[in-house]
Design a protein around this ligand. Structure first.
Ligand code: URA
Length: 431
């Protein structure tokens, strides 16, 4: 087989076969097909798209380019969730104990993030002593015993995706729905779960800027999952503003714990309840309505919080953090951002808040940078809220002095309006 023939075929909009796609992935991973030829194919895919079959074959080939986790030793339905990423997204830490408290089995692998904010792994690492590096046997034993393990990725999943993504990043081919869908789903399928619930975000702080493209991506990923005989659903959720109030690692852990105590921000709590009920429905454990009520019940009776305490204990973390937040890393200073005028919050774009939080030390711009777990931003007002002049808009948790330029940008992040602004639902649609 010649790779030039494969490029030619895609150029003239013909469908690639499974063998041709497998040849591409194998050859690229072995270093037998050069970057410039793969770049040409990626651009042809970006311009001409891929059929449902092609997208599935590409996902499958990428999934099996590395190890696929074997969860067969875990009894019960194994569930997973994936978020396309957003500012203030601490969902795993609250949601997974919630669904585990109702019988779903959770062997969740998370990653670190580059850019705006820490990933779930960084957030969990802010819990003193918490171990993320369990091996497969330890995960199996723990999930069979307590129903949940929240760990980091031990080996690289779907290594072909990493190589391809690096090329897409420098060839203007990131924004292709079949390439994004296959990239995300190859890593999810490699985790070996039965149920996958996707949280596809849209808005200024998200990969997908509008709900239509988020829906298109969600439907593409659901089709891939169905072809792979998995039970997949998606929630389309807004990232027009950060999720919840806290942005920053230990601050987000605290907010996730507060949510499990029934005192979480409304939008974040709602996202957890809706995604949780979809997970439990897909797992065949409850109807969606029953699941929603059961999840609320387990927040109120403390069972969901107890599950988080159990997983922290099982993984060597200090479970006392659940009751005593002073055991989490604390920033040296807390500075308040006050409103200069009265009005309704109209805009609170997630992206600059993520960037400002990263500049405080909560995220890393390069892989080598370390994270300051304590710092971040806690929003006191969100879109639709009324603010009186002089009221606190946000609390800045910082360890170093705030630079003038940083402060100016932070002051401009809140946009107020004289007329009332609607509070929008965080989840727009479930597919
Ligand atoms: N996230 C991924 O994992 N892959 C993409 O292509 C885009 C976002």
């Amino acid at each position: 087989m010649l790779f030039t023939d494969i490029i030619e075929k895609k150029k003239i909009k013909e469908e690639l076969s499974e063998e041709e796609i497998q040849f591409f992935i194998d050859g690229f991973c072995k270093g037998e097909i050069p970057d410039y030829q793969v770049s040409a194919l990626l651009m042809a895919i970006r311009l001409n798209g891929m059929s449902e079959k092609e997208t599935y074959y590409l996902t499958k080939a990428m999934t099996y380019s590395g190890n696929v986790v074997d969860l067969s030793g875990i009894r019960g339905i194994k569930v997973d969730k994936h978020s396309t990423g957003g500012v203030g997204d601490k969902t795993t830490i609250a949601l997974m104990p919630m669904v585990a408290s109702l019988g779903a089995k959770v062997a969740k692998m998370s990653g670190r993030a580059l850019g705006f904010c820490g990933g779930t792994v960084d957030k969990l690492e802010s819990i003193p002593g918490y171990r993320l590096d369990l091996n497969e046997e330890e995960v199996r034993e723990q999930v069979n015993r307590i129903g949940i393990a929240l760990i980091g990725q031990s080996t690289e999943l779907a290594p072909a995706d990493k190589k391809i993504y690096a090329l897409r990043d420098v060839t203007a081919t990131v924004d292709s729905i079949p390439l994004i869908a296959s990239s995300i789903m190859s890593k999810k399928l490699a985790c070996g779960n039965d149920v996958i619930v996707l949280d596809v975000k849209y808005g200024n702080g998200a990969f997908m800027k509008d709900i239509q493209s988020a829906e298109e991506l969600a439907r593409e990923m659901i089709k891939i999952g169905e072809n792979a005989h998995k039970r997949v659903s998606a929630c389309l959720s807004s990232m027009k503003q950060p999720l919840g109030n806290a942005v920053g690692n230990a601050l987000e852990v605290k907010e996730a714990i507060e949510t499990l105590k029934g005192r979480g921000p409304k939008d974040f709590t709602e996202l957890c309840l809706i995604s949780g009920s979809v997970i439990l429905e897909k797992a065949g454990l409850y109807t969606r309505e029953e699941a929603y009520a059961k999840l609320q019940e387990n927040i109120h009776n403390g069972k969901a919080l107890e599950k988080l305490r159990e997983v922290i204990t099982a993984q060597g973390g200090d479970p006392r953090v659940v009751d005593d937040y002073s055991l989490l890393p604390q920033a040296k200073y807390i500075t308040e951002l006050k409103a200069e005028t009265s009005g309704y919050v109209k805009d609170l774009p997630a992206q600059p808040i993520g960037e400002l939080s990263m500049q405080l030390g909560a995220g890393r711009a390069t892989k080598e940078e370390s994270i300051d777990y304590a710092v971040g931003i806690v929003l006191n007002k969100k879109i639709g809220d009324y603010v009186e002049k002089g009221e606190t808009l946000a609390y800045i948790h910082h360890d170093t002095e705030l630079k003038e330029e940083w402060w100016k940008r932070m002051q401009n992040v809140y946009v107020l309006s004289d007329t009332p602004v609607k509070h929008e639902a965080v989840v727009e649609k479930v597919i």
